[in-house]
Structures are given as structure tokens and as C-alpha cells.
Design a protein around this ligand. Structure first.
Ligand SMILES: [Zn+2]
Ligand SMILES: [Zn+2]
Length: 1019
């Protein structure tokens, strides 16, 4: 193509290009070339030879669609394994309407599509043009409702309704889900015959999708039939609805009280309306489809050795996944109480549900949410002790000792230090709940009370701060019990809570700590004052009467029922080295949660959730040795899966808008500073005019890929950005002062984070501002918290931060993976009152950033398709090296009491059958997880080496004793800390996260002239 001059005044600014004909049409490449030179000492000033924001636009000579889809380099399906191939086919089908027509070079592009008469996106574009600030608005995905589907009109999703409807009405209502879903599936099948659906070439994927939908339908149907035919299941289902209803309205009530919008005296009555206590359709369906396998212990979906199912709830962030599995939790709690004794194990005691998270922040947040549910369950139980039992429903928080104390003595100590105004101790605090989940009253350290054993009950009780006895969980109404929560390890072991929330990391304690077996129901005795015992628990044989407590003597006690349900949140985070270790330790958890009923082995049910996942079947097989079932299954298009519908962007359903900025030729910080200043000053303009309606965009969330980059920007905010905001009015925006700046990173302590999150709720509001001013003038405490102008965050924010008011985020550089990008940016625009705006400032000097900028629109339209596949390899040789010892010792030590106590490590017999059992369990697990017989052989081999070494140490105890861990004196440890440099076989992890020691690389630049660009200080 001959070069063309674009403007007669500038003959050196030209358009060049080339055209090639290929099978599907022409491939056209166009460049704008600026050859005007800025010579030093030349006659033209620099900016006169530059061209600012030029635009190329290409269209046909007639206004007709002429641009066809750009052919992506097609992945070779024949070279993929089956699950990857199926997944690729499915994604190609789901995103068949999202086409890419052009890609930029050093610029982004936009294509204008022709309107297709059938309402589906057109196949050809009318024009393509370059775009400096590309944007893309992502539609919301929301649950289907009766407004979308007349077949759902008779369905009630009101939790109160579902708990109170008479049997026939309840059944009739629930059957509507089934009917409507069946009709929808039939319509999906019909689509295969409709040419405009463009399913040609996607038949295989479409048939598979429809099959999955049918399976989900059958399972929902089975759930409904169970409620119909099994009175116990019906009762538990009603309990779950009752508890969720109370949880919902009390959570709203507590929030309003906390924000001082209402007072406790107002009560919940006004809030108790259907809108506040209704399920979303997918939540209800998910609960229903899980009921049969939760109820029938021998259900193949639950207990089959290899074909048991792990149910993965897959829904966009903010969709309400937590609620769905809180519902399952409530059902499980109730069912265990109703099922009563099984195999001599009472359903009243023991951990019923294990809920696991990967991140500390998320764990704490979910702990608070679950606390409201547990209050609701307790409230119901207290009203009918005959039916629901005398043992309180409790919630336990089992996390690292940097967050919560391990012992009551440490808890008491932490509280004492706080009360005398001392520095927060580094060993965590029992003060994890800062306001009552039931009534919203503030809870301070002084409302926590440690009742130390042996004289007292051995508990650290959190009371509601209400002193007037208006709340059920205040000291007046619930002495020595308070809120149904426990955060100290010591009491959690002795009184295993119905629901245990833990970090995955904590399970590294299993081989080290014999008491952890109690969480799986392995107890030996009970003390009526302090709870259960197992060999490692120190408690006297009897205690004299004291503090009004009667004299008690320990009694033998049989095993407790092990956990029925394991919930793994944010499954996509269980990947890489952490995932591999979790997968390995899961072998022990799965086994310890299993028991024999009527001669058959019962396994725990596994439910997981995520918003972003690829290659999940493989991950689930390796982690859980279960088959994956994703809910809701996709239909033939991404727009509608029956349970979730993508809403066209409009006032009723505003989308989340993404903008891309790349400041070519400028230093990166300069571009970022301007990005911050422009957004903050523009928000101020809105705020000046619209007051609190502009609140969503007044707090800017700055996202960073590493702490190092964040720290650099923090300095800029304090300095350059602050200065520029002072005269932003000169640029047509508004002046702004930064009053409050905070960061959400791993540098913050476990006690600060909840406070930051709470303060993030504070909104910009001129009335409140005025009141705060008046407060200050009159020397009163501020009536409301000062809202943050800027919050800088790392990937810590990407999961679980659920602050509805946040609407503005600036992302510094494209995050390393798409899943992280989706998760992080989904934190803004969670409410319809404040649609989200996300601005990604790309670093043009980084090729990866540049490539994302160049394909901005198409990437965003299809970004779930770009989520990276995860890998977990729990049974790889290196993972076994690091983790097999821990799993082996955990199984030997925790399975029953004969090898439990620390010194039993030195007493294990050569012929103990446990050697065989453990080798059997682990090699079979390896085989089932990998389908590779060599893995089983390797495990057997490695276990044999460990056995030999262990036994030789047992025989060698002459001047010392062998314990699992060293105890000082003459007791040496079988297990060695991972940091230990000798790579001996009994090295055992203390954390599933620190799989590798840190290696510092020092690059000596004197000889090679390389630039260092460290990017790996990820959290
Ligand atoms: Zn309360
Ligand atoms: Zn005792």
C-alpha cells in the first residue's frame, strides 16, 4: 500500500500499511507514522512535531458491515487432554457471540457492530477505529426471578414463608423451580435447531451442557422429593429457613444500629419484610440439590470412594454464595440434632460443619457473618430445648495464634494488657467481634470475660455490650455463655463447636498437636465443667464445688459424630504450592471425618465455591478425590444459565465500566498520579453538586500488584497527588483535600483490619460533615467516622471485601492473572446506587500491560474465558517430600487415642496395625487422585522408609525419650521444624503456606549492565 499524507501541512505524517488476502478475506495492517524530527537546535519546538491523540477510523465506502471476525490462533484440540478439550469447546460455544475484529499496536481499538434484527450481536462490524482510552461496560449477572419467568410466579423464596407454610403449600411452591427449569432446558435444546443461535460446530459442547442441566434438574427434584417424603428432612429444612430468616433481618438490624440509623428499642419488626428475608433462586436450588447427600449418609454422591461428588457453587462475586452455604450449614446443624444417636454417637456434640478459607481477612469477615446465623440457631434452640437439645450451637474460629490466642491464659493476658492501655500483644486477641451480630451494640474488650479452669468453666466468653438485658446474648440473659462464639483454641478443642471456621493453614497443626483429634470427634472422657478430654488434655480427675459450680468427676465418653460437611470457600485460591499441600493434608482430614455406619464407610460431604475457575474437575479430583459438579451449569450461551441472567446495561442494571489508560512516552508514576488526581477531583465536582449521591466515587481504591509499588504510590499520595489536588479547580475540576488515607495490606495487623473495614463503611455526607465540625468545636467525640479519601490495597482486597459503597478503583498495571483482576475489580460497584468505575493505568514499558491495552475491549468482554488454569500436584514427588510425613503422623496420631499423647511417639510397636492402615489409606488416595499406579508405589516406598527410621529411633531411646515434638528435658522430637536445614525425613511443615524457604538472589550488576526489576514481593 502506498504511503498517504494525512494532512497537507504535515507531509511527514503519513499512513502506511499492507494488505494480504487469505482464505477468509483481507488482513489489513495500518500504521500512522510520524517522521517529523525534533532536531536539537532545530527550528520547531518539541511539541510542534508531536501529534496528539490521533485517531484512525476505517469503514466501507457504503455503510454496510464489512469487517469479519479476526481469526485467533486456534488452539489444537487434538493435543489436549479430555477435560481441557471439553472446557475449550464449551468456552468457544459460550463466547461465540463475542468477536474480535481488530487489534491495536501501541493503541487500543473499538469496533462498531451492525445491529442484528434478532437481538443477538452481529457477525460483522461496520467500522473499526483506534481508541486512546478504551472502555468496556460489563453487564451485571443477576439471579432469575418471577419477573423473568412466569413459570416461577407461584414459587415463594421468602424464608419465613418456607419455614411456616403448611406441608402441601410448601411442596407446591418448591415444585415450581423444577417445572420452570425443565421448560427452560427444553428451550435450550430447541436452540440447537435455530440457525440464528449459531450453534453450528458447537453441537458437542451444547449437548454436554444440556446433559449437565438435566442432571442438576434431577438432583433438585430429588431434594424436593426428600422434603416431601422425609419428615426429618422437612423439619431440618424449615429450621434452616427459620434460622436464615432471623439471621438476615438481624444482620440488617445490627448494621442499622451500628450506623446509628435506628436504636435497639426500634426492634426488628419494621425490617421483617419479604424483601429482606428472601433467597435468590440459585441459592434455594443449590440448597435443594445438596439435601439428599447431606441427609442420607450412604448416598453415593457423598460416600462413594471415587465417585462421590464435590459440589462447586460458581457464581459472580457479590452474588450471594455465602448465603447458600450458610443455608446448608443450618440444615446440617438441625439434621444432626434430629437424627439423634447413630452408631452410639449423639448428634448433639461435635463439629458438624468445617468451613475453610485461605486468607485471614476473609476468615474474619465470614466469622462475623456466620456469627449472626449461629445466634439465630441458638435463639431457636433455646425456645425448644426438647427438640433441639441442651448443648448450645456454637461457632468456633480456629486460626493462627497471631490472630487469636491458643490458650485461655493468653486470652486473659491479652485482655488485661488492653484494659491497662498497653500495646496490643503480638499473640492475637480474643476480641474478634466488635459489635453484636444480633443487635448491633458495640462490644469492647471489657465485655469479654475469661473464666479460667479449673475453678471456673474454662471459657472465654464474648458478651453482647448491651447492659440493659435487651439482647438475648448479653451477660444478664446468657451468663457464662454470651454470644455463641469461641475463638480460643483451648476451649474449641474441649467443646467442639457445631460450626468451625478455620484457615486452611491451621490444619498444618494436626501432626504437631494431639488435641486436634477432638475436632474430628475423637474424645475419651468428659468433664461436666470443662468439656471433653483426650489424652493430651490436662484436666484433673475431679473438681470440688466452686463459684456455685457443683463438684464434678470425669466420666468416660464415646466418640462424637465427625463433621458432616466441609465447605471450601474460594476454591481458586487453593492452587500452586499451597494447594498441593492442602490436597495432601486433605487425605488426613477426609479420613478423620469418615466413620462407619451400618457397616459402611461414610465420608463427609464437600461443597466449594468460587467466581473464577478453570480446569476445576482436575483440581477437585486431586484435592478431594471427588467428581466435580458445577452449579449452576451453563446452558448454551453466557447470557442465561437459567439461574443467572446477564442484564443489558441500563439504568435498572448499571454495568461496571472499565477504562484503560496508557501514558505513552511518560514515566509510569506520572501517568498514575494524573489518574488519581483526575478521578478524585472529578468525584469532588460531583460531590459538591450532588452531596451524598456522589459517595460511591469519593473513596478511591488503589489496587497494586505488589507492596513495593503500593509503598511508592503512598508517598506520592502524601506528596504530589495532594499538591495537585489543591489546584485541580484550575483544570476545570474541583479542589480537594485528602483527610484520610489508609492501606489494606499484609502489613496491617489482624486487629487493625476489622477496624479499617468498618471505617470503610463511613460515607461522604455533608450533613454528617457539619455535625462532625460542630462536635469538634464543642469538644465532643465525633458522631461519625471520617470517611477515607484513598485506600491503597494489594491482592488482600481481592476476596471477601464486601463494602457496598465502594464505586471507584484505579488499578496500577495489569494484575498477573485474570482471575485476580476479576476478583479485585469486582470489589467496586456492588450496589445499584453506585455503579462501579475501574480505571486501569497500564505501564507501556511492560509488554504484557501493553498487550492488554491493545486488546482491551475484547479481553474485557470475554474475561471469564481468560481465567488461568490452576495446577495442584499434591502427589508429585516434591510435594510428598514436604508433606507426606505430616499427613502420615497426623493419621497415626489422631485416628484414635493409642498413639495420641506426645510421648506415644516413642512407644509405637513394630507390629502395630496402624502402619499398614496408614500406608493403605495414603497409597489408595494417591492412586485415586492421580489415576497413576506409580504414585501408589512411591507412597508405599516413602512410608516404609519413614517407618524404618521412626522405629529405629524408638529402639534407640537410651538417655532420652521420643515425643512427636520436643518438650525440653530428655524429650526429643520425632518431627523437625521445616526451617531445619538437614532434609531429613521427619521435617514437618508448620504452615501449609511456607512450603519453600526464601532464597535471596543477589544480582551483581557491575558486569552485565542488567537492570533489576523485582516484581515478586507479593503478599
Ligand atoms: Zn446483642
Ligand atoms: Zn474439668
Amino acid at each position: 500500500m502506498a504511503a498517504q499524507v494525512l494532512h497537507p501541512d504535515h507531509p511527514l505524517v503519513q499512513m502506511q500499511g499492507r494488505m494480504r488476502l487469505c482464505a477468509d478475506g483481507w488482513i489489513v495492517t495500518l500504521f500512522m507514522v510520524n517522521q517529523q524530527e525534533d532536531r536539537k537546535g532545530g527550528r520547531l519546538p518539541k511539541d510542534e512535531v508531536w501529534v496528539f491523540q490521533p485517531k484512525l477510523q476505517v469503514h466501507g465506502t457504503q455503510p454496510v458491515p464489512i469487517f469479519v471476525q479476526r481469526k485467533a490462533a486456534h488452539a489444537d484440540l487434538s493435543r489436549m487432554d479430555m477435560s481441557t478439550r471439553e472446557e475449550t469447546q464449551t468456552l468457544d460455544m459460550l463466547y461465540r457471540h463475542q468477536r474480535e475484529f481488530a487489534v491495536g499496536h501501541g493503541i487500543s481499538v473499538h469496533a462498531t457492530l451492525a445491529m442484528s434484527p434478532d437481538g443477538l450481536p452481529a457477525e460483522k462490524a461496520v467500522s473499526v477505529e483506534t481508541e486512546w482510552v478504551p472502555q468496556c461496560e460489563l453487564p451485571q449477572q443477576t439471579p432469575r426471578s418471577a419477573d423473568d419467568d412466569e413459570n416461577l410466579a407461584g414459587l415463594t423464596l421468602d424464608m419465613k414463608g418456607l419455614s411456616e407454610l403448611p406441608h402441601a403449600g410448601l411442596m407446591a411452591s418448591l415444585r415450581h423451580i423444577e417445572t420452570a427449569y425443565r421448560v427452560w432446558i427444553r428451550a435450550e435444546e430447541v436452540k440447537l435447531q435455530l440457525p440464528m443461535q449459531r450453534l453450528e460446530g458447537h453441537e458437542e459442547a451444547a449437548h454436554r451442557a444440556i446433559k449437565n442441566c438435566r442432571r442438576a434438574l434431577e438432583r433438585i427434584k430429588a431434594g424436593v422429593s426428600l422434603i416431601e417424603s422425609n419428615p426429618m428432612a422437612e423439619e431440618a429444612f424449615r429450621f434452616a429457613n427459620h434460622a436464615m430468616w432471623q439471621q438476615r433481618i438481624h444482620a440488617i438490624f445490627a448494621r442499622k444500629v451500628r450506623k446509628k440509623e435506628i436504636t435497639i428499642e426500634d426492634g426488628v419488626t419494621l425490617l421483617d419484610v419479604p424483601k429482606n428475608r428472601s433467597w435468590r433462586l440459585f441459592q434455594m436450588a443449590f440448597v435443594l440439590l445438596n439435601l439428599p447427600s447431606l441427609t442420607d449418609l450412604h448416598h453415593p454422591d457423598r460416600s462413594h470412594e471415587t465417585d462421590a461428588v464435590a459440589d462447586l457453587l460458581w457464581f459472580a462475586t457479590g452474588g450471594g454464595k455465602t448465603e447458600a452455604y450458610l443455608g446448608l450449614t443450618a440444615y446440617t446443624l438441625a439434621l444432626r440434632r434430629l437424627q439423634g444417636d447413630m452408631e452410639g454417637r449423639s448428634g448433639e456434640h461435635g463439629v458438624a460443619v468445617l468451613m475453610r478459607y485461605t486468607l485471614r481477612l476473609l476468615t474474619l469477615q465470614q466469622f462475623q457473618r456466620a456469627a449472626a446465623l449461629m445466634c439465630a440457631c441458638e435463639s431457636i434452640r433455646r425456645a425448644d430445648v426438647v427438640k433441639w437439645g441442651k448443648t448450645p450451637f456454637r461457632l468456633g474460629l480456629w486460626v493462627g495464634n497471631k490472630t487469636t490466642p491458643n490458650t485461655l491464659a493468653a486470652a486473659a493476658n491479652a485482655l488485661r494488657q488492653r484494659n491497662v492501655g498497653g500495646m496490643p500483644s503480638s499473640s492475637g486477641t480474643p476480641h474478634q467481634i466488635t459489635s453484636c451480630p444480633w443487635c448491633g451494640t458495640v462490644i469492647k474488650e471489657q465485655h469479654l470475660q475469661v473464666y479460667e479452669a479449673p475453678g471456673d468453666i474454662g471459657r472465654c466468653v464474648t458478651y453482647c455490650g448491651d447492659n440493659l438485658g435487651r439482647c438475648e446474648f448479653s451477660e444478664i440473659n446468657a451468663p457464662r455463655e454470651g454470644l455463641p462464639v469461641m475463638v480460643v483454641d483451648e476451649e474449641i478443642y474441649r467443646r467442639p463447636p457445631s460450626l468451625l471456621i478455620a484457615t486452611v493453614d491451621k490444619f498444618a497443626q494436626m501432626p504437631w498437636n494431639g488435641k486436634t483429634q477432638m475436632l474430628f470427634g475423637k474424645v475419651t472422657e468428659v468433664c461436666d465443667r470443662h468439656g471433653f478430654l483426650s489424652p493430651e488434655v490436662e484436666d484433673g480427675q475431679s473438681h470440688p464445688a466452686r463459684h456455685g459450680l457443683p463438684r464434678v468427676t470425669n466420666r468416660p465418653h464415646g466418640l462424637l459424630r465427625p463433621p458432616d460437611l466441609i465447605i471450601q470457600d474460594e476454591l481458586h485460591l487453593i492452587s500452586g504450592p499451597l494447594g498441593s499441600m492442602v490436597g495432601l493434608y486433605e487425605a488426613a482430614v477426609d479420613e478423620l471425618c469418615s466413620w462407619v455406619v451400618d457397616g459402611l464407610k461414610v465420608r463427609p460431604k464437600v461443597v466449594a465455591s468460587t467466581a473464577t475457575i478453570r480446569r476445576a474437575p482436575d483440581q477437585v479430583q486431586k484435592l478431594f478425590v471427588r467428581q466435580l459438579d458445577v452449579f449452576p451449569p451453563q446452558g448454551t450461551s453466557i447470557q442465561d444459565s437459567f439461574f443467572a441472567i446477564q442484564r443489558p446495561v441500563g439504568p435498572a442494571y448499571p454495568g461496571r465500566r472499565y477504562l484503560g489508560i496508557s501514558g505513552f512516552g511518560r514515566r509510569y508514576p506520572a501517568a498514575l498520579i494524573r489518574g488519581y488526581v483526575a478521578h478524585m477531583a472529578a468525584a469532588q465536582v460531583l460531590y459538591n453538586t450532588y452531596d451524598r449521591l456522589a459517595d460511591p466515587w469519593m473513596t478511591l481504591t488503589g489496587y497494586f500488584n505488589s507492596i513495593r509499588e503500593l509503598a511508592g504510590t503512598r508517598r506520592l499520595v502524601d506528596d504530589d497527588i495532594r499538591a495537585r489536588l489543591r489546584d485541580a479547580d484550575q483544570r476545570g475540576l474541583a479542589r480537594r483535600r485528602i483527610h484520610a488515607l489508609e492501606e489494606l495490606t499484609s502489613r496491617k495487623s489482624g486487629t487493625d483490619i476489622p477496624k479499617i473495614l468498618e471505617r470503610l463503611e463511613a460515607s461522604f455526607d455533608k450533613t454528617q460533615e457539619a455535625r462532625r465540625m460542630a462536635d469538634r468545636r464543642e469538644g465532643r467525640a465525633a458522631s461519625s467516622a471520617l470517611p477515607y479519601d484513598v485506600v491503597l490495597a494489594t491482592n488482600m482486597i481481592s476476596v471477601g471485601v464486601d463494602i457496598e459503597r465502594l464505586g471507584l478503583m484505579v488499578v496500577a498495571g495489569q494484575p498477573k492473572n485474570t482471575s485476580e483482576y476479576i476478583q479485585a475489580t469486582s470489589r467496586v460497584g456492588r450496589s445499584n446506587d453506585g455503579p462501579g468505575l475501574v480505571c486501569t493505568v497500564f505501564n507501556w514499558a511492560r509488554p504484557r500491560d501493553l498487550s492488554h491495552y491493545e486488546r482491551f475491549e475484547h479481553y474485557h468482554e470475554t474475561f471469564y474465558k481468560h481465567v488461568e488454569a490452576l495446577s495442584v500436584t499434591p502427589f508429585s514427588a516434591r510435594a510428598l517430600d514436604r508433606g507426606l510425613t505430616g499427613v502420615m503422623v497426623a493419621l497415626m496420631r489422631l485416628s484414635d487415642d493409642h498413639l495420641n499423647a506426645n510421648l506415644k511417639a516413642g512407644e509405637v510397636a513394630d507390629a502395630d496395625p496402624v502402619w499398614m492402615q496408614v500406608a493403605d489409606i495414603l497409597s489408595k488416595r494417591g492412586l485415586n487422585a492421580t489415576d497413576n499406579a506409580a504414585v501408589a508405589v512411591l507412597i508405599q516406598e516413602m512410608l516404609k522408609q519413614r517407618r524404618d527410621e521412626w522405629l529405629s529411633r524408638v529402639h534407640n531411646q537410651k538417655d532420652h525419650q521420643l515425643g512427636y515434638r520436643p518438650e525440653g528435658g530428655a524429650t526429643v522430637g520425632l518431627l523437625a521444624e521445616a526451617g531445619n536445614q538437614d532434609r531429613h525425613r521427619f521435617k514437618c511443615l508448620n504452615s501449609l503456606r511456607d512450603v519453600e524457604g526464601t532464597v535471596n538472589l543477589v544480582l551483581d550488576q557491575r558486569f552485565n549492565g542488567l537492570r533489576t526489576d523485582r516484581e515478586d514481593d507479593h503478599e
